[in-house]
Design a protein around this ligand. Structure first.
Ligand code: PHE
Length: 468
């Protein structure tokens, strides 16, 4: 079928509908699904969190993603140009939208480097060696896990970080259709198959049933109103992050989308893909950790350390753990890679458009920027670990500013722009382009005008009011 996107030719674009869906799903499916979702679900009452999350996904997540893709496709520009052309006064929102991926990309690649390291450790058969190893912490005593020891170094984390950035850069150099679309079409189905495979395997382990119950059945015992509110805020924040919303990514990808493909249908499929991977990751991790810890729920609250510290121990104690661990870290590496590619593409598209330079030149500029800022995050855990910003290391600080401050503001501005300035008709027209139906129009309007802006304010103030 012929591509009718008006930018086709100069900017490149997705050649097929499934290519677009898988690339956007590739952006959405990442560390957020595999590492963050399971421990949040476990922490916030299992089934209750799942339910709240699902409700948000089909309402608020749906509305925001649809809006971003429609703005991108209608304007055919990257995030800065897109917001400016919708309404001049909203140009600063476009800049904010471009600053977010630029801030996230470097540290996301640092974490990607950690994942690469774990993948090589498992693939070279050293998984059990690192699982229980304790390193000397030096003068002040106490032992360090392999993970804590590894990130306190400078050389190796930098090396894996650089390799990771370069892998992503190759895909960006190749462009949208030959790079991003091709790799997503191949990687996403592989990822899904692998995750279903190990999901089935972990469920056959002794005692997994208990863990499964804990994961899917709502636990209302001791569930207070305040806990419910925290659960809601956590589910909203997670949805946001998981679907790569409010950072210009979906605007950029939307700008490469073909005019005659359905936006509504694509958004549904991207959401389903993202939610299935998150759910399956929980299905692997929660019962496995449950079995490993002998039913001790506190093991699941391990938070950030869950994937890098607890899981290797789980794999070590599991029959065939070395192989399962290798497959698991391959999955994580692939998922993280397609997410960082979307960040890199968003930043590259902005640089290309703003400075009117070629893809290759802007890609080089973005690589240099990423390497420099990423090194700050690497050093923040090693040489400069004494230095903190508001009590946070650099990486955590970047993460906090982007996710808890900039993203809700960006989403709030997007809702105001579409809900009240240009009105929802702006988006509806694009969704219905070519005579397509917009089945969820009513719910869409309610979401963008009323529910989403309020949710954004809740997300914005929650971390300051309560520590979740
Ligand atoms: N959506 C990604 C995930 O679930 C996270 C992400 C955030 C990706 C920002 C790109 C940009 O991990």
């Amino acid at each position: 079928m012929k591509n009718v996107n008006k930018n086709e030719g100069q900017r490149g674009g997705f050649g097929t509908k499934i290519g677009f869906i898988l690339a956007a799903a590739g952006s959405a499916v990442g560390l957020g699904n595999i590492w963050r979702f399971p421990y949040l679900a476990a922490k916030y009452g299992g089934g209750i969190f799942l339910l709240v999350y699902l409700i948000f996904a089909v309402t608020f997540g749906f509305a925001l993603m649809l809006t971003e893709i429609a703005i991108g496709r209608k304007t055919g520009k990257s995030v800065i140009g897109a917001f400016k052309s919708v309404d001049k006064r909203f140009a600063p929102a476009g800049w904010l939208g471009a600053a977010i991926p630029a801030l996230i990309l470097p540290y996301y690649c640092v974490i990607g480097g950690w994942v690469l390291k774990y993948m090589t450790v498992f693939l070279t058969g050293k998984g059990s060696e690192i699982a229980n190893k304790v390193y000397d912490a030096g003068a002040d005593g106490g032992g360090l896990s392999f993970f804590e020891h590894f990130i306190s170094l400078t050389g190796e984390p930098s090396l894996f970080f650089i390799i990771y950035v370069l892998i992503g850069a190759v895909v960006i150099f190749l462009g949208v259709e030959k790079g991003i679309e091709k790799i997503s079409k191949f990687l996403m189905p592989v990822l899904l198959l692998l995750i279903i495979g190990i999901g089935i395997y972990t469920l056959t382990l002794d005692g997994a049933g208990e863990g499964l119950k804990y994961y899917v059945l709502p636990d209302f015992e001791g569930f207070t109103v305040s806990k419910l509110l925290k659960t809601i805020a956590a589910a909203m924040g997670q949805l946001f992050y998981s679907m790569s919303l409010a950072m210009g990514i979906m605007v950029t990808y939307g700008s490469y989308m073909r005019k005659n493909d359905s936006i509504e249908g694509s958004v549904r499929q991207i959401e389903i893909f993202d939610t299935i991977v998150a759910f399956l990751s929980g299905l692997i991790i929660v019962p496995a950790v449950f079995v490993f810890s002998g039913g001790d729920e506190s093991a699941l609250n391990a938070g950030p350390g869950l994937m890098f510290i607890t899981l290797p121990k789980v794999f070590d104690s599991m029959p065939g753990g070395q192989i399962i661990g290798s497959i698991f870290f391959i999955i994580v590496a692939l998922a993280a890679l397609t997410s960082s590619i979307s960040l890199m593409e968003t930043v590259t598209a902005v640089v290309m458009e703003k400075f009117r330079i070629s893809r290759a030149k802007s890609c080089i500029a973005v690589i240099i920027f990423t390497l420099v800022l990423g090194m700050v995050s690497v050093l923040g855990y090693s040489e400069w670990s004494d230095f903190t910003l508001f009590g946070m290391q650099f990486l955590d600080f970047f993460d906090f500013v982007a996710n808890n401050l900039m993203m809700p503001i960006m989403a709030f501005l997007t809702c105001i722009l579409v809900g009240y300035v240009v009105k929802t008709k702006f988006v509806e027209e694009e969704v219905m382009y070519g005579g397509k139906q917009f089945r969820s129009k009513l719910i869409y309007r309610v979401m963008i005008k009323y529910v989403c802006p309020v949710c954004m304010i809740v997300i914005l103030i929650t971390p300051f009011v309560t520590k979740i």
